[in-house]
Write a protein that binds this ligand. Structure first.
Ligand SMILES: C[S@@+](CC[C@H](N)C(=O)[O-])C[C@H]1O[C@@H](n2cnc3c(N)ncnc32)[C@H](O)[C@@H]1O
Length: 221
């Protein structure tokens, strides 16, 4: 059913997930779907034809894992800073930023269930994140220092919308980091490679056992 039709989003997330960590980020527990809570296949099989939003929040995508790993290993990138996790999904990167010492993190995702999952996941890790379901694309994020975005180029339409906006944000002085598992639609111009990781994946979700994920940084000019 559509996210807005779910009477108790907290119970829906809890009932369709198992608290567990993602392979690259064992420090962070998340409410994720797996064979014990097969939400993804259930959604694709039963609901896709009805135009239902897929439960992206129920998976730790390789791009988000790469970002989270980088922030936990190099906390100075966000320590003392105000961070936006754009298209946050489970909020794995947002939670990593808080654990790394960010002053505040806004987990922004247009899926209301992602906002619920983000708050539940943050709580499970002893941190708090703010959430927002507004579409921020095109909005100047003047009140923040760092923008992180995991696996945002999974669809051409999304990739095309965010590229110019994030570049403009980098021009305006924000540090903009993207975690990406080699998506075709990643706008590679203006991006500098930061670090790469091999991320264990699943054939069911990703059609491969391992993804090579990379963190990129938008150049500021
Ligand atoms: C592949 S998931 C990545 C989630 C998370 N960043 C990660 O790496 O695990 C993509 C997410 O982008 C979100 N999304 C798509 N368009 C968006 C927009 N305009 N603003 C905010 N979130 C958006 C979707 O709802 C989905 O949760």
């Amino acid at each position: 059913m559509p996210p807005e039709a779910i009477a108790d989003p907290h119970a829906f997330v809890a009932g369709n997930s198992v608290l567990q960590s993602a392979p690259l980020v064992p420090e962070i527990m998340l409410h994720l779907a797996d064979e014990r809570a097969p939400l993804w296949t259930k959604t694709q099989r039963d609901l896709w034809d009805d135009g239902i939003v897929l439960p992206y929040w129920a998976f730790a995508w390789a791009g988000g894992q790469a970002l989270a790993r980088l922030l936990l290993d190099e906390p100075d990138r966000v320590r003392g800073k105000r961070v936006v996790d754009f298209a946050s999904g489970s909020a794995i990167a947002a939670i990593a930023a808080m654990k790394a010492g960010a002053v505040s993190v806004l987990a922004a995702d247009i899926d209301p269930l992602a906002a619920t999952a983000a708050r539940m996941n943050a709580s499970a890790n002893g941190v708090a994140v703010e959430t927002c379901t507004d579409d921020l694309v095109g909005t100047p994020l003047d009140a923040w220092d760092v923008i992180i975005a995991g696996d945002i180029c999974y669809e051409q339409s999304v990739a095309e919308r965010v590229g110019d906006w994030l570049q403009a944000e980098a021009h305006a002085g924000r540090d903009v980091l993207i975690g990406d598992p080699g998506r075709t639609f990643l706008p590679r111009t203006h991006l500098e490679p930061v670090i790469g990781y091999s991320v264990k994946s699943s054939r069911e979700l990703d059609d491969t056992d391992v993804r090579n994920a990379r963190v990129w940084r938008f150049g500021g000019n």
